[in-house]
Design a protein around this ligand. Structure first.
Ligand SMILES: Cc1ncc(COP(=O)(O)O)c(C=O)c1O
Length: 225
């Protein structure tokens, strides 16, 4: 039977994660495709969740998220980035980043609009853009240290370009973009009146590694930002 999906979603039946997990199970292979935590959730955290549920926090939450959580998020933005955001009008809580990113693209991209992603990109960006009827343009990150290619970016921008999707720290390379790179990106986006949709799910997971020995295959590669 042919797929019942609308034509723009035909290529997106299965995510790469479910496919690789299925294959790992099938071949009894180590599954490096999906980032499962190695440890169980701390007992104290599980207890807090259980106590909250038992204590009555088990009903519908407000659509934009509980005030106490939105206030905590606004405080986080102030503490780490010096940003002042209004918890009532500028913070929206979603169930994970996939929902936030997809909802943002659906809300901001008209059919036919172009969205630029840096390649390699997290695979849900492509499906979110397709769902919105947008057109994805990609700009490969530069070898060997995965720098942003600003000439390549400028070359992809045209009158249909609506947004740039940025992922920092970057999955899968681990690259953390420098302030200069982010400033340059912001300047280009402002000059062309583009929206930057910034996926920062790994904002607090920054690992600084110093490579002392390199395998011949990694010669010429550098670690860190
Ligand atoms: C770069 C990036 N963005 C978004 C997500 C999805 O996040 P969530 O599981 O919160 O939907 C992931 C998960 O691996 C990711 O690596």
């Amino acid at each position: 039977m042919s797929s019942p999906l609308v034509s723009r979603m035909q290529g997106f039946a299965d995510s790469i994660f479910s496919e690789m997990t299925q294959r790992a199970l099938q071949y009894e292979a180590v599954n490096l495709g999906q980032g499962f935590p190695d440890q169980d959730t701390p007992a104290s955290l599980k207890q807090i969740a259980q106590d909250q549920i038992a204590g009555g926090a088990n009903q519908y939450a407000p659509g934009i998220g509980k005030p106490v959580l939105r206030q905590a998020i606004a405080e986080h933005q102030r503490r780490f980035y010096g940003l002042t955001v209004d918890p009532d009008t500028e913070v929206l809580v979603t169930v994970g980043a996939t929902e936030a990113l997809t909802a943002s693209v659906l809300a901001l991209v008209e059919p036919g609009d172009e969205v630029i992603t840096f390649e390699p990109f997290f695979d849900i960006y492509a499906s979110a853009i397709a769902l919105a009827g947008g057109v994805q343009r990609t700009v490969p990150m530069l070898f060997p240290d995965f720098a942003l290619d600003f000439d390549g970016l400028e070359a992809q921008i045209n009158s249909r370009t609506r947004a740039i999707m940025l992922n920092n720290p970057h999955n899968p390379t681990g690259r953390v973009f420098s302030k200069e790179e982010l400033d340059q990106l912001a300047a280009i986006a402002s000059a062309h009146d583009l929206i930057v949709i910034s996926d920062e799910v790994y904002e607090h997971l920054v690992l600084t590694v110093t490579l002392t020995r390199r395998s011949p295959r990694c010669q010429g590669w550098r670690s860190g930002p």
